[in-house]
Ligand binder design. Structure first.
Ligand code: FAD
Length: 439
């Protein structure tokens, strides 16, 4: 049989290549570096970590730690390499990035089933292909993908608002209502009085921002103005004038409190992130504030004084697809079934999540060629973070955005548990038990 082509030897592409090679398949792995670099990579090594050297927590009582436990059970290839080159960082799996990437590169180079091609791929053909070109996919590849899926389904950067845990809301303050009661009351509203509003604006104006790295700054200068306007960080809007937010994203009209009839001075709306309504994002609050500052400032929002953050906001260069619209359940393209998508491009966010996606795509490609089977997310229990990330990539939602591991993805426990630590431990134990049963 012909070889499987993988484009991009980043985290997802490297994991997929090693997985498929271990199953005995021939792999042609294409990587454009070092001949053509991205704006963030610095070496020609595979699986280079472009920013932080941390693969986050190893504690199973954290979502990222649980995801790693699941991935170990699924036979992940890159995590053992990360563990081998671990550096001290408390409960986090931080690595010596040079040794990690060099070791992955060596493992791939020495694998007799993998042929390495140091060249950019800019055209897609009819061969079985996994595209894992990442958030910094080359322009040529981006254009080729655009031809297949259309402009409206490819995004160039992420403007993410924080996501908070619904259990941490003050229900006495927050109320459910849509503007002018039009349609379903899907939104929760955090009402501000005058004093609270100006206090919040001042806090936003004084909070410190994440400093853009050189490549990010270059990116922000180059992007199309209108495109950027839609995703302007809330702190930038508030700096334009004290009233800007009140007449924009925090507009209170049509949002009177149904219980009291009170008209708020300003409102922040919360939109559900999942069907169970356990996680909500702060609408219009995409931000570049430092994480600690986000916690401090957004806890000033009435009703969010004790907010638990499941994901912080950010804005960064990130090419990704509207995957649920353009991908089949087995991560192949609807427009061209021989093309599979993996890594950050496919709607996961983060190093470990991208490795997971490489592992999953190898699983579906193997099933397709070996048994002519089309796998779906039901391959993994919905109580697992890995299974839910897969579902996130293929189940249609409004405002699709890449997702990282978080407990908000998991269905609630049957029993209501108040103690947060205990709840996370139980969610983790359920996931591992269910995954064991399935494998
Ligand atoms: C600037 C930046 C910083 C980030 N920092 C973090 C962080 O600190 N922590 C975290 O968890 N996540 C971070 N991420 C998010 C994400 O987890 C990483 O980008 C991750 O590496 C994504 O994995 P991937 O395999 O999808 O892509 P990558 O690891 O980027 O791999 C894609 C590979 O494809 C190659 N390629 C691109 N186009 C072509 C082509 N046409 N032909 C051949 N090869 C091609 C690239 O050279 C690259 O090697 C960051 C993302 C960015 C953009």
């Amino acid at each position: 049989m012909k070889a499987i082509k993988i484009v991009g030897a980043g985290l997802a592409g490297s994991e997929a290549a090693l997985q498929l090679a271990a199953r005995g398949w021939q792999v042609d792995l294409y990587e454009m570096r070092p001949g053509k670099m991205t704006s963030a990579h610095e070496t020609g090594n595979f699986a280079e970590l472009v920013c932080s050297n941390s693969l986050k927590s190893i504690l199973p009582s954290t979502a990222s730690g649980l995801l790693k436990e699941e991935m170990k059970l699924l036979g992940c290839r890159l995590l053992p390499v990360a563990e081998k080159f671990r550096v001290p960082a408390g409960n986090a799996l931080a690595v010596n990035r040079e040794q990690f990437a060099a070791s992955v590169t060596r493992l791939i180079a020495e694998n007799p089933n993998i042929r390495i091609h140091r060249q950019e791929v800019s055209q897609l053909d009819d061969e079985l292909t996994i595209i894992a070109t990442g958030p910094l996919s080359s322009e040529n590849m981006t254009e080729e993908l655009l031809k297949l899926i259309g402009n409206e389904h490819l995004y160039f950067f992420d403007a993410i608002a924080p996501i908070v845990d619904a259990e941490s809301f003050d229900q006495k303050i927050i109320y459910r209502k849509t503007r002018y009661d039009k349609g379903e009351a899907d939104y929760l509203n955090c009402p501000f009085n005058k004093e609270q509003y100006y206090d919040f604006v001042e806090a936003l104006n004084l909070a410190s921002k994440h400093e853009a790295k050189e490549f990010e700054a270059k990116y922000f200068r180059n992007i199309d103005f209108n495109f950027y306007e839609n995703c302007t960080p809330i702190e930038e809007l508030s700096r334009r004038g004290k009233e800007t937010l009140r007449f924009g994203v925090m507009r209170p009209v049509g949002l009177e409190d149904p219980k009291t009839g009170n008209k708020p001075y300003a409102v922040i709306q919360l939109r559900a992130e999942n069907k169970a309504g356990t996680s909500f994002n702060l609408v219009g609050c995409q931000t570049m504030l430092k994480y600690g500052e986000q916690k401090r400032v957004f806890r000033k929002v009435p009703g969010l004084e004790k907010a638990e953050f499941q994901r912080y906001g950010s804005i960064h260069r990130n090419t990704y697809l509207n995957s649920p619209r353009i991908m089949n359940e087995d991560l192949s393209l609807k427009a061209k079934g021989n093309i599979f998508i993996a890594g950050q491009l496919s709607g996961v966010e983060g190093y470990v999540e991208s490795i997971l996606s490489g592992l999953l795509v190898a699983e579906v490609v193997s099933a397709r060629i070996e048994k002519d089977l089309v796998l779906s997310p039901d391959f993994l229990p919905e109580t697992t973070v890995s299974g839910q990330l897969w579902r996130h990539m293929v189940k249609e939602v409004e405002n699709f955005q890449p997702m990282n591991a978080n407990f908000g993805l998991l269905p609630e426990l049957e029993e209501k548990i108040k103690d947060k630590k205990k709840k996370k431990d139980l969610l983790a134990a359920r996931s591992i038990k269910d995954l064991h049963k399935k494998l």
